[in-house]
Design a protein around this ligand. Structure first.
Ligand code: ATR
Length: 303
């Protein structure tokens, strides 16, 4: 199929969230689906957290091909999955669900990859968010993670996963957070899980390769900068990454660019987590360029 029409064989994917109407995933995923020419369609379905279990059961009953889960469902869904991939177990969150049908031989096959009528369906939970963080840094900033000296601002939900993923990939980390105890707790978790990682709490005394903003400071125009300008000179930093992508350039990223840093925002994270999800459902390589263009035009109204 080269359009987005539907027929009796069309299978569904959806992002479940609360709220979800802001989501750019339908635009991005349907562009990928259209380019691949697979008979899937992707919706955004507002799902209250109290209804998540029933929504997932409904997706099974309706033979959905896949789900994405966004705020506030990623942790809630863990005990609701019939099977968990290592990625979901490692990061303690599910953002991608592959629905699978059981063959007569007992094998589980992704629903998107077969037109067989299955009698038994299961949910298989994955996490594609964590990989997307480091892939975006590697590809959008052209920076290797292993051996890089990275200052991470923020130790909330997003900051914690970023810190752990960067630690897993061999970065040398400095953790800064408005609430010191949270940065200390993340440091302790890193030391427990990735003992080879060099990790410190506080600002680095020397130059770093990359500063990442994983705080929510910058989402609103009145927000302060996420770091102390007296403790960090962006002029001595090679690259800056802001997980925020709306606005496209936060005051942090603007200052970094004006200080000569190479910069990237978090749209790449959204792209790479979505591309990986599409690959998990379909077994086909995701058409990154088409998905990227659709994402840009959905988020910024431009290509
Ligand atoms: P998310 O899931 O997006 O990470 P979160 O868990 O609420 O959301 O974490 C928000 C992060 O932004 C935290 O690191 C928070 O710092 P605190 O732990 O001290 O709350 C950080 N943050 C939010 N507003 C901030 C501000 N004005 N200045 C600095 N950091 C801020």
């Amino acid at each position: 199929m080269d359009d987005l029409s539907v027929n009796p064989y069309t299978k569904l994917c959806a992002v479940l969230g609360y709220p979800v109407r802001h989501s750019a995933s339908p635009a991005m995923q349907n562009a990928g689906i259209q380019t691949l020419g697979v008979n899937l369609r992707y919706l955004a379905l507002e799902t209250h957290p109290d209804d998540l279990g029933r929504a997932i059961d409904g997706a099974k009953a309706l033979r959905f091909a896949g789900l994405n889960l966004t705020v506030p469902h990623k942790l809630l869904a863990i005990p609701m999955m019939d099977a968990l991939d290592a990625s979901a177990r490692t990061w303690g969150a599910v953002n991608t669900v592959r629905l699978e049908g059981r063959t007569e031989g007992g094998e589980w096959i992704p629903i998107a990859q077969s037109d067989v009528t299955f009698s038994e369906i299961r949910t298989h939970g994955f996490n594609t968010d964590a990989d997307a963080i480091t892939r975006s840094i590697r590809e959008d900033l052209d920076l290797p993670i292993k051996g890089s000296r990275i200052l991470l601002l923020g130790a909330g939900g997003a900051g914690r996963v970023a810190a752990l993923k960067l630690a897993e990939e061999g970065a040398h980390l400095w953790l800064v957070n408005r609430t010191l105890e949270k940065a200390t707790a993340v440091k302790q978790e890193i030391q427990q899980r990735f003992p080879a990682c060099q990790v410190e709490v506080g600002y680095p005394g020397d130059v770093v390769d990359l500063v990442i903003n994983a705080t929510s400071a910058g989402l609103k125009p009145e927000d302060p900068l996420p770091f102390d300008t007296a403790r960090l000179d962006l002029g001595a930093v090679a690259s800056a990454y802001d997980m925020i992508y709306q606005p496209a350039e936060t005051p942090f990223l603007k200052l970094a660019r004006e200080s000569g840093c190479r910069t990237a925002n978090g749209l790449g994270m959204l792209l790479y987590q979505g591309a990986k999800a599409l690959e998990i459902w379909t077994g086909k390589e995701a058409p990154l360029q088409a998905m990227k263009e659709a994402l840009h035009s959905a988020v910024y109204g431009i290509r």
